[in-house]
Each structure stands twice: as C-alpha cells, then as structure tokens.
Write a new protein. Structure first.
Lengths: 203, 210
C-alpha cells in the first residue's frame, strides 16, 4: 500500500530538508514493523511542515494523537571490581569482587502522531515527541498549527497524561472537568479511596 | 384492608356489585400511567428503546408516553453507564421531576459501575445519590428484564398504603423530594456518596439496606 520511502530514507530526507533537525528511528520489532521517528522538540514543527508540504510525501492528514507514559526505570549491571579484602591469614589481599551498579533512567511522556496522505494515498508515518521528564518539564511543541485535526486529540493527551502542548490554541481539559487535578491515564495514577464499600471483600 | 372487608368485597363482586377504596383506585390509576423520562445514557438505552417498540410494546403497561421534560415524568430509567461527569446532571433531572417519582436502575453500570467500576471516571451505582426503586442486573438487560422491572415497580406502587408510617414519600412532608447534587472535586465527586440515601451495613460491605 505504502508508496513511502523506507524510514531510514525518510529520516535522511527530513534531516536534509530541515537543517539542524535530529531525527531518530525507533524500530518496531513486531511483525507490523511500524517503525517510528523521534523528533527533537525544537525542530518538530518545522519537520511537520516539511512532511506536510513535501511534494512526494504530502502527509496532509494526522489521524491520531495519543500519549504514552514511560515510568522511571532502573537497570542494574554486574561489574567486577578489584578490592582489598582481608584474607584468611589476616593479611590484606587484592581480590575481584562482583558489585551491582544501579542506574536510574528518568521516565518521560511521549506524544505519538500517525500521519497519512489523502492525496498520495499512503501512510502511516509515525512521529514521536518526548518530554524531558514526567514531573515538571512536560512540554512538547503542539502540531495543531500544522494539522488542525490534532486539536482535540492533543487536548485529550493533555487531559489524561498531562503533556503540555506549547502553541496549542485552546489547551483545556476535554474529558474530565476543569477543577480536576490528576492525570488518570498515567501509570502511577491512584483513584481516590473514598468508597465506603471498597473493602477487601469487594475488590 | 382487614380480611373480613376483603371477604365482603369478594362476596359483593360475586353478586355483581363492584366496590373499591380510594387507595385502591388511586394506586390503580398511578401504576397504569407511569410515564418515563426520555433519557438514556449508554447501550442499555438501546434496549430501553427496543422495549418501547412494537415487538415488546411497553405501551401495554401504560408507559408508552416517554416525556421529553422531567416536569412531566413519573419515572427515570437510568439506562447505562453513569460517568462522574454525568452524575450531577442525572441527580438534577431527578430533582426536577415532581412527586410521586420512581427510579429504575437498568444494567450493571447503573447499579454498580459494572465493568467500569474500578475506572477513574465511572460512578459506582446511581443509588449513591438518588433512591432506586428497582435494580435490574444484566449487561445490557433484555427488554423482558426491563418489563419485569416495570411490573415489579407497578406492584410496588399498587401495594403502597396511603396512610401510616409506610406511606409513599410524596404524602410524607418530612421526607425529602430533592437530593443534593454532587459537586466536581479535585479528585472525584464530592461527596463520593450521599449517606442519607445510600444505606449500608458497616462491617458487611456487600449488604445494602433498603
């Protein structure tokens, strides 16, 4: 179906078309092989315009915007370290000891865009934008100025995940009410324990 | 009614004399003209609509006139998922109905939250805010189940004594006819339930007292 170039070529085209933009291919190992393209937030709007207006691509329709919540992760690796250890005879000896080192990777929120071309009848091209973290720097640029159809869906991602879309014309909650403060689709969301019937027997 | 009066009534009817009481004829009229509110929330509403159409024909029970205004309705069929955002509107509609008024909670969602019970956005049963007369389980309940609930409600209306401690709410000045509308809070609805309506037995969370 797709008359699109492979993602690697697409990435090269995007980087050539928008000077300074960095695009990273995120491979999808499943049989669908829908690889996606991670944009840098600074050039995202320019890259989006490039994809929309390029005569061979003409990705004129954004069919879907969604959010993904990636929690903070911790990886541990075993490292062999040389250490001075008291030997059995009381003298100090140099031995190799295994240590586990834990590294913390900060989580982030992700906005995912699925693009199609009505004119060329091809697609999808999948774009990702990432926030710096999940707590205080949750900004990504809005692509609503490029594709009007993103407006409500970006509002939904803002409502349920707390992704703030800079440049969105009307960023308000869309499903929950205005006074609501939580982001219920985040993976660490805990619903209020206000139910008098919510006991062990009922869960 | 006392038993000897009942026997007298039967004896008189055998001789072609029809007698009644004001209570009987009043309740007979009420139970056969229960007009529901035109109101549906989710897929249960489709079953409710099907119940009113030719195949199941709710008109047989005097309930064919779905009123588009709560001011003219006697019954609200809460047919479907009550989201937390919708719950204040449901309570408000109920408050706008004149007494005597009745509530049927139709389907798993309306009676308990159903499959969405543990979600962030669904009320765990409309009986937390308004008094429900008949609960129908099912997802969604078939039209027969709604008709059964309707007949149960008719029986309930028919058996209401107009005097005494068990008299219906509209004849008891001390009973409320409106219930507080929940407000949108920072994390959910406030209050999460109206304890004047939602009676439960402490220590036995599965038992709800009517």
């Amino acid at each position: 179906m797709s008359g699109l170039p492979p993602v690697e070529d697409l990435k090269a085209q995007m980087q050539a078309g928008v000077p300074g933009a960095t695009v990273k291919v995120i491979p999808n190992g499943s049989p669908s092989a829908q690889h996606s393209l991670l944009l840098d937030n600074e050039h995202a709007a320019a890259v989006a315009l490039f994809l929309r207006d390029h005569p061979d691509l003409r990705l004129d329709f954004c069919s879907l915007v969604t959010g993904v919540d990636w929690l903070d992760t911790e990886t541990s690796e075993k490292v062999k370290v040389k250490k001075m250890v008291d030997g059995p005879d009381g003298t100090q000896q140099e031995t190799e000891v295994e240590e586990t080192r834990k590294t913390r990777h900060p989580g982030y929120l992700e906005a995912v865009y699925h693009l199609f071309s009505m004119e060329k009848k091809h697609g999808p091209v999948i774009l990702r934008l990432r926030t710096a973290n999940r707590t205080d720097q949750t900004h990504v640029p809005s692509l609503t100025p490029v594709w009007r159809s993103c407006e409500f869906q970006e509002r939904e991602a803002f409502d349920l995940y707390g992704i703030v879309f800079d440049g969105h014309p009307d960023l308000r909650r869309i499903l929950m009410w205005d006074g609501f403060v939580d982001f219920p689709m985040r993976r660490d969301y805990v619903p209020p324990a206000d139910d008098i019937l919510a006991t062990e027997a009922h869960r | 009614m006392a038993d000897d009066l009942k026997e007298l009534k039967i004896e008189l009817s055998k001789n072609g004399i029809f007698t009644t009481t004001l209570e009987e004829i009043y309740n007979w009229g009420r139970k056969n003209s229960v007009w529901p509110l035109t109101f549906g929330l989710a897929c249960c509403a489709i079953e409710m609509i099907a119940t009113t159409m030719a195949r199941y024909d709710l008109a047989r029970f005097g309930a064919e006139v779905f009123r588009p205004s709560p001011r003219q309705a006697d019954l609200i069929i809460v047919s479907g998922t009550v989201t937390k955002k919708m719950a204040p509107q449901v309570v408000r509609l109920y408050n706008q109905m004149p007494e005597p008024k009745y509530v049927i909670a139709m389907g798993a969602c309306a009676i308990s939250g159903g499959p969405f019970r543990d979600g962030y956005n669904v009320l765990r049963g409309i009986d937390r805010y308004i008094p429900v007369d008949v609960h129908i389980p099912g997802c969604p309940p078939r039209p027969e189940a709604l008709i059964h609930a309707f007949m149960t409600l008719q029986k309930k209306i028919d058996e209401q004594a107009l005097r005494g401690p068990d008299r219906p709410r509209h004849l008891d000045a001390d009973q409320p006819s409106e219930f507080p509308v929940p407000a949108f809070g920072e994390h959910g609805l406030e209050p999460p339930q109206n304890l004047d309506v939602f009676h439960h037995e402490p220590g036995n969370p599965l038992k709800v007292i009517q």
